[in-house]
Ligand binder design. Structure first.
Ligand SMILES: C[S@@+](CC[C@H](N)C(=O)[O-])C[C@H]1O[C@@H](n2cnc3c(N)ncnc32)[C@H](O)[C@@H]1O
Length: 457
């Protein structure tokens, strides 16, 4: 393989970032903008330790697995690498990925329950940040090209609610009419650098105008335009941010309407402030939590620990069905939100503690009693080893592990399996269609010789 040379090959898989995998003479090349089944021409642009990076120059044969859209998918930015693959094929690829990640580490072929996909896998994102900048001297609102600072302008984003498209259109018109400057990243000057849009299931929206400057010119004109033209903007904030590495700066200025956007997961109400974490796909979240609840099989006598509890959404979802639930979460603001959400929902048996799970777990059992069931929903990196050994010592009858990375899930399961636990059921849920991400709910219980290893081949 020579750098700068062009080659042809068939795409046989995706890598974990959604780049097409091509193999030529046992050499692996990752190629962008293609799908499984395409035959592509590409130029080799980089050599890494075990593989090459190729830039696609031509599609020679289009895959039968490609989806046909009425719009140009290349304008959606780099966040949805599987978009050109038919949705049912995306789901098959995700199932295969989980199976293969688990097999690589555990050498067990698990019988996975059918993946729960979306009926309509579009307009599901309830929280988007859209960069504003300059392209070819023009003010531009759109998404960054993959691994680049170039903004691709958007008219429509089929992943967010329609109200989001209307908001972008109104802001674009306002910028042009009043000549409000877009942020120029080449000389660090300008006003508007990002637009944050949060929506709820009733399509009401909160808009966060992220500015480089404290002054937001023609602010009242913008508020009037957004509210009158969209009909559903109920809250507007300005956020001052001088650092592109972070989504929002520290200072939020409330400039219109409600301070919170309200949304529901099941019957539980959440007040969402501009920077609060909230699951991005509300439709699938409720289904995900229903599976968590089903696997947990809650009883009125249960004491449940919800580890990595975020804003308490799982804890509050199951609270009415158990004796008590204890959430542990590292982020201070999330714990504050969780406590407030418990009060707002009149839930008196959910308690939240701030700190690292690995530090708090040994102390909390003394204070709150031993849990008989544990929910574990760690970030992509998985659970800390210390946490897993504390869980093993607690010897709960049931663990429900919610994972967003099947590779770290497999690593953690290995420790639990080596210590007498067994995997009973695995259910994948597609929370992020068109991306390579996949959520998994796993029911884990103490193994006994009598156990029928339900869920295993
Ligand atoms: C995948 S989120 C789960 C949130 C929540 N269960 C939900 O469904 O919305 C993982 C959470 O773990 C928190 N976290 C990360 N490392 C932690 C640690 N060592 N101890 C406690 N919380 C941690 C993060 O702040 C984040 O809120």
């Amino acid at each position: 393989m020579e750098l700068g040379e062009k080659y042809n090959g068939e795409v046989i898989d995706f890598n974990s970032e959604g780049l097409g995998v091509v193999k030529i003479d046992n050499q692996v090349i990752f190629v962008d903008n293609c799908v499984i089944g395409d035959t592509v021409e590409f130029e080799v642009i980089e050599k890494r330790k075990n593989y090459y990076i190729g830039e696609m120059t031509n599609i020679i044969n289009y895959s039968k697995l490609r989806e046909k859209y009425a719009f140009d998918t290349s304008k959606l930015g780099g966040g949805v690498p599987l978009i050109n693959l038919k949705y049912e094929e995306q789901l098959k690829w995700k199932e295969k990925k989980i199976r293969s990640d688990l097999y690589k580490t555990l050498k067990i072929e698990y019988d996975i329950e059918p993946i729960l996909g979306m009926t309509h896998p579009f307009r599901y994102r309830n929280n988007t940040q859209i960069p504003v900048g300059i392209k070819n001297g023009e003010k531009t609102i759109g998404y960054y090209k993959r691994k680049s600072n170039e903004i691709v302008p958007i008219e429509e984003d089929i992943l967010q609610k329609e109200i989001g498209d209307k908001i972008i259109k109104s802001i674009k018109e306002w910028m042009n009419k009043y000549n409000v400057e877009a942020f120029d990243r080449t000389n660090n000057k300008g006003v508007l650098r990002h637009i944050g849009i949060r929506t709820n299931q009733d399509s009401l929206a909160m808009v966060i105008l992220v500015t480089h400057t404290r002054e937001l010119p023609y602010k009242n004109e913008l508020v009037h335009k957004l509210v009158s033209e969209t009909g559903s903007v109920v809250s507007i904030y300005q956020n001052i941010n001088t650092d592109d590495k972070v989504k929002y700066g520290k200072e939020f200025i409330h400039i219109f309407g409600k301070e919170y956007l309200t949304d529901f997961i099941g019957d539980v109400k959440f007040n969402i402030s501009p920077e609060s974490f909230f699951q991005t796909n509300s439709y699938q979240t409720e289904k995900l939590y229903d599976i968590v609840k089903k696997y947990l099989a809650p009883k009125k006598s249960d004491v449940v620990f919800d580890l990595y509890s975020g804003i308490g959404s799982i804890a509050l979802f199951i609270a009415n069905d158990v004796d008590k639930v204890i959430g542990i979460e590292y982020t201070k603001s999330a714990v504050k939100d969780a406590k407030r959400n418990a009060v707002e929902n009149n839930i008196g048996n959910a308690y939240f503690y701030q700190g690292k799970v690995e530090d708090l777990l040994p102390q909390l059992q003394k204070k709150e009693g031993k849990p008989n069931k544990i929910i574990l929903d760690p970030p992509r990196a998985g659970a800390d080893k210390k946490t897993l050994f504390e869980i093993i010592k607690l010897n709960p009858e049931t663990i429900v592990y919610v994972s967003c990375d099947s590779a770290t899930l497999a690593r953690d399961l290995k420790i639990l399996l080596e210590n007498g636990f067994e995997v009973k059921k695995i259910k994948p849920v597609d929370m992020f269609p068109h991306t390579t991400e996949i959520e998994c709910v796993v029911l884990i219980q103490k193994g006994t010789k009598k156990c029928s290893l339900e869920g295993l081949i």
